[in-house]
Design a binder for this molecule. Structure first.
Ligand SMILES: [Zn+2]
Length: 326
């Protein structure tokens, strides 16, 4: 067998690989687990990722034929994780696409993903402009179907008595999933835990952690701490092992607390729109972020929504809403 080798294929061990591509000034990752009876691919990258990495890798390992079951898990509905699915299915139509039921409504069509995820805060005056929407449309790739909607934790067997567990790690999306390889204590977490944010190539930060609910995100950090992985595989970070894992989880918890503190500090007794609260949170964040304030909208809105539900935040009726302390 010809070994497919590339500086951007990392052997994590025992049939598990990370495939990376550059996306501007950051790395994006997909993962492939070559089991005895089936292959599991976690995420499909951007539309160009399958041709650049995934398909030649699977071909070299003789996994690209209709007789070899190919399971694909989409961890969440962001373009750098699901945008390659249409291209992958064009080359391997027998692949079985899995995603959490709570994320399925945001998957399979660029228009739907944009409307429900990227334009979620447009009514509050924050969201991508027409140019950014056109870019998102091309990054989300062609339409695709989801074959299996996951709910709860699901064991997947690979033959020879080996199995992995798809775990629920909500926060970055409502249905964010990960893969737990209990026998070797490896967690493929994608973007479920985000440290202080998504790094760029120069050691800076592009995005702060993005979550729809601080409570859900905190619970996911605690869940990952309880699993106590020896190896943690996040999509935009180098592979973490040993003491780097609890340190990254502590950063994830601290960054979420900081985002909550800054959101509360930006709220006055006079109503402020979402956009200006995002600007205040960005300028107070302990590390510089190269994104725009709109990239903080999911997190800030998530914190405000929980404040509204608890009766601690008032929101005006008209859109865009203005938020103030209750
Ligand atoms: Zn990502």
């Amino acid at each position: 067998m010809t070994e497919f080798s590339s500086p951007n294929v990392e052997a994590v061990g025992d049939g598990l690989y990370r495939l990376r591509q550059l996306d501007g000034d950051r790395w994006i990752s997909q993962f492939a687990l070559l089991g005895p009876a089936a292959t599991l691919v976690v995420d499909t990258g951007l539309p160009a990722s399958p041709a650049a990495s995934l398909l030649p890798f699977l071909e070299a390992h003789r996994r690209l034929s209709p007789e070899r079951p190919l399971l694909v898990l989409l961890t969440h509905p962001d373009s750098d994780h699901c945008g390659g699915t249409g291209a992958l299915l064009a080359a391997a139509p027998w692949a079985e696409i899995h995603a959490h039921a709570r994320d399925v409504p945001q998957l399979g069509s660029a228009a739907r993903t944009i409307a429900s995820r990227y334009l979620a805060h447009a009514e509050d005056g924050v969201g991508p402009d027409a140019r950014a929407i056109a870019r998102l449309r091309s990054r989300l790739g062609g339409e695709f179907r989801v074959d299996r909607r996951l709910e709860g934790e699901v064991a997947i067997s690979f033959g020879d008595g080996r199995e992995v567990t798809i775990v629920e790690l909500p926060g970055h999306s409502r249905g964010h999933t990960g893969v737990w390889l209990a026998d070797r204590r490896v967690l493929i977490a994608a973007d479920a835990v985000m440290g202080f944010g998504i790094p760029d190539l120069d050691g800076g930060l592009k995005f702060a952690p993005q979550f729809f609910s601080p409570t859900a995100y905190r619970a996911t950090v605690a869940r990952v701490e309880a699993l106590a992985p020896e190896t943690l595989l996040c999509a935009h970070e180098p592979t973490m092992t040993g003491a780097a894992v609890p340190a990254f989880l502590a950063d994830s918890r601290d960054a979420a607390a900081e985002l909550e503190r800054l959101t509360w500090a930006a709220l006055g007794t006079v109503g402020a729109p979402l956009g200006s609260i995002c600007e205040a949170v960005q300028s107070g964040y302990p590390r510089p972020l190269s994104c725009g304030p709109a990239d903080l909208a999911m997190t800030v809105a998530g914190i405000l929504e929980e404040g509204i539900a608890a009766g601690d935040v008032d929101a005006s009726e008209e859109r865009p809403r203005r938020f103030r302390r209750a």
